[in-house]
Design a protein around this ligand. Structure first.
Ligand code: E4P
Length: 216
């Protein structure tokens, strides 16, 4: 059961990294655009924070282009690199080639178990079903995770299920309950996982009673 952060905001990552609860990180072009920094700078800073598994998305639309991008990223950042490719014929072709070279691959933009099966056949390290975007379409994101996890368990597939596009803390619990190996979450969701009104209330009462005892 692993937790990844889903962000390219290095300053925020540095605060949460110190919790010791984060196992890796995912990025994508939208997150890079929001961070307003060039990807190489972001990857460099993330690597130097000590993050050991960083999903870096390639943007070429041919397998050759994707492989060239992957090779450049690996030459720059080495073992922390996980190459993120889309679930397209070209993406899966590149995935297969990288898997043959023992490069970690995260196949992204997964919206069906059928796509996850193809990605697993292509040797993906991770498949990323987009839970929140499925719910956005009024489908069942939890069921998608469950279907993929069931198929992988039945056929003893090593590819890990990385639940992505998570919008609410409950979706983390749901994803792990139905067999996700990893959830990648934004910093606000990570923070919300700690929160419970009764924890806050209970702590307040303990503090008050402690002060009554020792505060005079
Ligand atoms: C992670 O790998 C995905 O790129 C990300 O979780 C997508 O999230 P979104 O649907 O909120 O953009």
């Amino acid at each position: 059961m692993k937790l990844f952060l889903d962000t390219a905001d290095v300053e925020t990552v540095s605060q949460f990294w110190s919790t010791g609860l984060i196992d890796g990180l995912t990025t994508n072009p939208t997150l890079m655009m929001k961070a307003g920094k060039l990807p190489d700078k972001v990857y460099y800073d993330l690597k130097h924070l000590g993050i050991k598994d960083i999903s870096m998305e390639v943007v070429a639309d041919t397998s050759e282009g994707m492989l060239a991008e992957a090779s450049r990223l690996i030459s720059l950042f080495g073992s922390v690199v996980t190459i993120k490719v889309p679930c397209t014929p070209e993406g899966l072709k590149a995935c297969k080639e990288m898997a043959n070279q023992n490069i970690r691959v995260n196949v992204t933009l997964i919206f069906s178990a059928a796509q996850a099966i193809l990605a697993a056949k292509a040797g993906a390290t991770y498949v990323s079903p987009f839970v929140g975007r499925v719910y956005d379409q009024h489908w069942d994101g939890r069921h998608l995770i469950e279907e993929i996890a069931d198929v992988f368990a039945t056929h003893q597939i090593k590819t890990e299920v990385l639940a992505a596009s998570i919008r609410e803390p409950i979706q983390v619990t749901d994803a792990f309950r139905v067999g996700a190996d990893i959830c990648t979450i934004s910093v606000p969701i990570f923070y919300q996982l700690y929160k419970h009104v009764l924890t806050d209330k209970g702590l307040e009462k303990f503090d008050q009673d402690w002060q009554k005892l020792v505060g005079g």
